[in-house]
Design a binder for this molecule. Structure first.
Ligand code: RIB
Length: 305
């Protein structure tokens, strides 16, 4: 196995998923219909889907010295993800996420970052060689911006592509971080938050002016739109599926997208793989527990070929 093509600087969370008939209104208490735990965290989820699309992936996440941290190492080892650069912190527990999923498959997520909030620029510096030898560095906003910025600085100096998923939706984005970003992934809410409430078309154009190469806005059932510098905006439709749980669908999209971008260099191919992986991720419960292997994603794409 060669060096990692994709380095994910991001989070790991232990997800606690409660199924509910409907999402509670403010002040309402409702009884869950079921409870499950599963591996999560936007960074780890994206890394796992990229690895399932046969990319060589390394994970740089801070985890605790607790059973959830052990679980993270097992998940990464099982997916063939290199994790030697991920620090285990003695003083902070592994991140957790509480997730409510309703009968329509819609969710609400609250994250307690724990160790994720203590990933530092110095952890990143220790992994500088890993970043310099990659093709793409991918990050989200569940870990400190100072660490992500350092990773992107190292990547930029070495000519490595930088990709940012601006999730969870920030109140404002760090100007230096976005200036260091080549590819930006946002959903409709995040696009609106970053571009001051504009509709997706306006938001995409405004955000494209701030990044190096491309902005991708995911729109759930409506598919996704690619804003690629120097090219007309391209809307890609979603696959029609019966959604059971949409948790992690955006992560599956991004993981498959970056894996196939690194492989083919084609943004359109990457969009197709991302949309198919995202659709399949909605057909079962959980995040990585619902992510499809490459051959199933290829099967969904085959009729279009
Ligand atoms: O995107 C889904 C993820 O968001 C969950 O796995 C949860 O851990 C939160 O990070």
């Amino acid at each position: 196995m060669g060096p990692a093509e994709i380095v994910v600087v991001g989070s790991y969370n232990h997800d606690v998923v409660l199924s509910v008939a409907h999402l509670p209104a403010p002040g309402e208490t409702c009884l869950a219909l079921g409870r499950r735990t599963s591996p999560g965290g936007k960074g780890s989820n994206q890394a796992v889907q990229a690895a399932r699309c046969s990319a060589r992936v390394a994970m740089l996440a801070a985890i605790g010295c607790d059973p959830a941290g052990d679980e993270a190492l097992d998940v990464w080892a099982g997916a063939g993800i290199e994790a030697a650069a991920s620090p285990r912190l003695a003083d902070h527990g592994t991140g957790i996420a509480m997730i409510l999923v309703d009968a329509k498959g819609e969710n609400r997520i609250v994250v307690d970052p724990g160790a994720n909030a203590h990933l530092t620029p110095s952890h990143i510096d220790q992994a500088a060689a890993l970043i310099r030898s990659a093709k793409l560095v991918l990050a989200q906003l569940e870990t400190p911006v100072t660490a992500t910025r350092r990773a992107f600085e190292i990547a930029r100096q070495a000519g490595v592509l930088t990709a940012l998923n601006a999730a969870p939706a920030p109140d404002a984005i760090d100007a230096e971080l976005i200036a260091l970003t080549d590819i930006l992934f946002v959903n409709e809410i995040e696009a609106g938050a970053l571009a001051g409430g504009a509709d997706p078309a306006e938001a995409g154009a405004a955000l494209l002016a701030r990044v190096g190469q491309a902005v991708i806005i995911t729109l759930g059932k409506e598919g996704a739109v690619l804003f690629h510098r120097g090219q007309p905006r391209r809307a890609h439709p979603a696959h029609s599926i019966d959604a059971v749980d949409t948790t992690g669908a955006g992560d599956a999209f991004i993981g498959a997208f970056v894996a196939h971008l690194v492989k083919s260099g084609s943004f359109d191919q990457a969009m197709a793989w991302g949309l198919a992986a995202g659709a399949l991720a909605c057909t079962a419960m959980g995040a990585v527990t619902s992510f499809a292997p490459e051959n199933r994603i290829a099967g969904l794409l085959a009729p279009q070929a």
